[in-house]
Design a protein around this ligand. Structure first.
Ligand SMILES: Cc1cc2nc3c(=O)[nH]c(=O)nc-3n(C[C@H](O)[C@H](O)[C@H](O)COP(=O)(O)O)c2cc1C
Length: 342
């Protein structure tokens, strides 16, 4: 399903929030282009019997390397909201990362899918809250609800410049809010910057949770090496889908350097502009352990709620299966042996 199909069901300003990017949307477009600029170099005559998409992540094996990226305020797209997305993801064996800015209680979302034996990973995304006690309370709730890892987003110390949202006058409608967070008054910039995540906060979080901690929004290999040194459990190469720093490097370009820097010490995931099974396979070929998908999920949600999300994820999974077979690739773990040409 194209993003345009999702747009038809939305108010213009809501669509600007859900599908827009920062400033001139150069990174938003470059993310797509960078995957398209890579050519798969298929192999033939390799054994495909028993091919599968099973994927090992953080000590467990999952049905597919696909996860839904954390995205705030999903009830803007459809009344089914995050719970609908989670149910649809579970029905397709896809993982789900729930945003801490979700529009529904994190416990209800977890409860809806936790006992499904065929689901993918269930992770919780975290922005550090202004008060450490509030961050800790969120962590405890996520642990108690059954989330299996924490994803600390580190690429958005301040909001990106969102021209499209400004032009359309986007505001959250009455009755919709980040229900898992304490209502926060507008914080002055100096205070925001003082509370921006640091390596010390990463260490603090690691000390205060029994869950694995992944960092989302790492693009530079020096930061990736630092993450390894500090005992982080995984990285997500991301530029927030082009919603924060416009003209930031596209993720398909940053991924190889990050993979090289961690040298297998921890799993590296990637998101941004992944729209086709061939994009997923290219990410795996570059060394990603798994991928996250953002806006296409929102397009499915906007079109018809949970069934729309399931359709989007099923197509992506079917495309991945086809792409693997057409490249002579037996399973995701074999993808790094594939060639890619620029
Ligand atoms: C509407 C929207 C809301 C988002 N909210 C969050 C969020 O709360 N936390 C976060 O870490 N990333 C957030 N992201 C970024 C996504 O997790 C992801 O990095 C990005 O959407 C991937 O790119 P793609 O949409 O091109 O697939 C959001 C993205 C969108 C489109």
């Amino acid at each position: 399903m194209s993003l345009a199909e999702g747009l038809q069901h939305l108010d213009r300003s809501h669509a600007a929030y859900l599908f827009g990017g920062a400033a001139d949307e150069i990174t938003l477009q470059a993310n797509r282009q960078a995957w398209q600029d890579l050519s798969l170099w298929p192999r033939t005559l390799r054994r495909l019997a028993g091919s599968h998409t099973r994927t090992d992540l953080l000590g467990r094996t999952w049905p597919t390397p696909l996860l839904v990226a954390p995205m705030a305020h999903q009830m803007l797209a459809h009344a089914h909201g995050e719970q609908g997305t989670a149910l649809a993801a579970a029905s397709q064996g896809t993982g789900m990362v729930l945003s801490c800015q979700a529009s529904q209680p994190l416990e209800a979302v977890a409860r809806a899918v936790l006992d499904d034996p065929a689901r993918g990973p269930l992770w919780f995304q975290l922005y550090p809250q202004p008060r450490p006690d509030d961050t800790l309370a969120l962590v405890r709730r996520a642990e108690a609800a059954g989330f299996e890892a924490l994803v600390l987003t580190v690429d958005a110390p301040v909001q990106g410049v969102r021209d499209r949202e400004l032009q359309t006058g986007f505001r959250l409608p009455a009755g919709l809010s980040a229900v898992n967070l304490k209502p926060a008054p507008q914080v002055p910039l100096a205070e925001l910057l003082a509370g921006a995540p640091t390596w010390e906060q990463v260490a603090w979080l690691k000390e205060h949770t029994r869950l694995p901690v992944l960092l989302k929004g790492v693009l530079h290999p020096v930061d990736a090496a630092e993450a390894v040194a500090r005992g982080v459990d995984g990285l997500i190469v991301s530029n927030h889908g082009g919603r924060t720093l416009d003209t930031a490097v596209p993720t398909a370009q940053a991924l190889p350097a990050v993979v090289a820097a961690v040298a297998g010490a921890l799993p590296v995931l990637v998101d941004g502009g992944i729209r086709r099974g061939t994009d997923v396979l290219k990410a795996l070929a570059l060394g990603a352990a798994a991928v996250l998908v953002g806006r296409p999920v929102l397009a499915g949600l906007a079109r018809s709620g949970a069934p729309g999300v399931a359709t989007v994820l099923r197509r992506l999974q079917d495309e991945l299966v086809a792409a693997q077979a057409l490249c002579g690739c037996h399973c995701p773990a074999q993808a790094p042996t594939l060639g890619l040409l620029r």
